[in-house]
Design a protein around this ligand. Sequence first.
Ligand code: 3Y8
Ligand code: NAP
Length: 248
Amino acid sequence: MTRALILGGTADASLLAAEIARARIDAVYSYGGRTRAPAGQPLPTRIGGFGGVSGLADYIRREGITHVIDATHPFAAEMSRNAVAACAEAGTPLIALERMPWDRTQGDNWIEVADVNAAVAALPETPARVFLAIGRQHIAPFAAKPQHSYTLRFVDPPETSLPFTADVIVSRGPFTLDGELDMMRTRGIGWIVARNSGGDGARAKIDAARTLGLPVVMISRPELPDRPRVESVTEVMQWFGHSTRLGA
Ligand code: 3Y8
Ligand code: NAP
């Protein structure tokens, strides 16, 4: 009997949850608990960590999970690594639902960097107006360049004081091209720092930067362990059909 665990937290994970609910497959949706009011799902939902690899393996066994779908964000590297290790330990089929990275296209002015520290180094020394579109968890290193005027964007209002003076926009996306153009023009943004998340939910700022001819410091994705990977909900549903048939 199929019982799926969706490691969620992205727009694609929400699309998958809707399809799984429509197919009446027994499943649980899981959030990490990063936001105050995550979007509701049409499936039983759990919120919070499992307690590392062993905690996830125990959860899989205890809950009788037969299939795990890692539909987390490409930068949720620890969750993805834990899922590979826990599913190997529990002998449970795992598939990743992961969108392709954005490709640089004609007119893009990208400075591609490996991580946040390299992103800080890529910013100019002379004061600039910088839009940090990388969320809340990884902004501290930018305190090394306090000469800039920063605009941040969070899902929830900041609960603690910021490591540097900054304007904060509170919005959970997905974002529109017009909205991004208006925000960047109004605020006189000269630089954007982004992660190569891929997908449509956050791509508008990249298109807006191209339209305005602004440089984008683009943080590449972390390396993830090998695991079966698809890009569409349809392929996940086919995988269910396939492995369900084999798995009885
Ligand atoms: C809690 C679930 C939907 C899903 C929306 C997608 C699109 C908008 C792009 C910018 C970039 C950023 C951030 C972002 C995107 C979608 C999607 C996506 C980037 C929610 C959500 C959760 C989170 C966690 C949150 C992180 C933060 C990252 C903001 C829900 C809305 C910057 C990633 O305050 C915090 O601690 C926020 C933490 C992880 C990165 C960070 O380090 O701060 N996402 N985002 C999930 C959980 O608890 O398991 O609240 O409903 C989901 C979405 N975030 O319903 O359409 O699918 O990717 N999320 C990045 O790309 O760099 C925003 O502002 O332009
Ligand atoms: P992370 O750094 O890879 O994970 C850190 C720990 O958080 C994990 O080891 C796990 O704790 C817990 N966790 C993460 N995702 C979880 C989930 N879906 N269900 C249960 N526990 C989870 O993760 P992150 O980058 O903070 O992302 C957290 C969530 O936000 C994920 O659901 C992700 O899809 C979503 N999200 C992240 C980003 C981003 O930029 N990182 C963007 C959009 C959405 P234990 O070890 O205790 O199990």
